[in-house]
Design a protein around this ligand. Structure first.
Ligand code: 3PG
Length: 213
């Protein structure tokens, strides 16, 4: 299940990081992402609408890889899983959350930006870690440096990834997939600009195809 999830996320190459303030936007947003060619999303627990949004998206598009992001507690892990989340993402490396997910055999992607944190992930057998905030922590060059000793780990950078630098990130073979909000910005969702979301999503999917074939 874990390896399969890693492969599926890598095959999409880009994971939209979604912040939904109102669960009513979940279904049209999922539709735009699926039709744009990225049937996956990290729905962040930064808003109260996260749990319900995961439930709605998973039900409306069962084939979609819907995960939970910004998961900061084991209680949120439970809520996310009950709502149908297929993977868990945390901004940092919280051993309690990671171990809890591993016990439940749920794919988990904790944030790691230092060798010490990567070492903790490797010790637990993780093969893909989030790298956040990517641009502030040195982007591709830091990822390459971290991956040199830890050859068994790939990264999922988020934070400052966008259409301008996406090619650079995707060209690095130590990067499993990139995450970001650039295709699902809050104002686009608020104003119901789902066609625009679909268009930007399709652009991202096209770049993945161009770089990775
Ligand atoms: C995340 O939670 O992964 C980041 O906040 C996404 O960062 P971005 O808004 O720069 O894409």
């Amino acid at each position: 299940m874990y390896e399969k999830m890693n492969e599926q996320l890598a095959s999409y190459g880009v994971v939209p990081v979604v912040v939904l303030n109102d669960a009513k936007d979940a279904e049209p947003l999922a539709k735009a992402l699926v039709e744009g060619g990225l049937a996956c999303a990290e729905v962040t627990f930064r808003t109260d609408a996260a749990e319900e949004s995961i439930r709605i998206m998973s039900k409306a598009y069962p084939e979609m890889l819907v995960g939970a992001g910004t998961v900061l507690t084991t209680e949120q892990v439970d809520r996310a899983l009950n709502a149908g989340a297929k993977f868990i993402v945390s901004p940092g490396f919280d051993p309690e959350i990671v171990d809890y997910c591993l016990e439940k055999e749920v794919p988990v992607y904790p944030g790691t930006v230092t060798p010490t944190e990567v070492a903790q992930a490797v010790k637990r057998g993780l093969a893909v870690c989030k790298f956040f905030p990517a641009e502030q922590f040195g982007g591709v060059s830091t990822i390459k440096a971290l991956a040199a000793p830890y050859t068994m780990v790939k990264f999922m950078p988020t934070g400052g990834v966008n259409l301008k630098n996406l090619r650079d990130y995707l060209s690095c073979d130590k990067i499993a997939a990139c995450g970001g909000t650039w295709m699902v910005k809050g104002d686009m969702i608020k104003e119901g600009r789902f066609d625009e979301i679909k268009k930007i999503t399709a652009e991202a999917a096209q770049i993945v195809k161009e770089i990775r074939g």
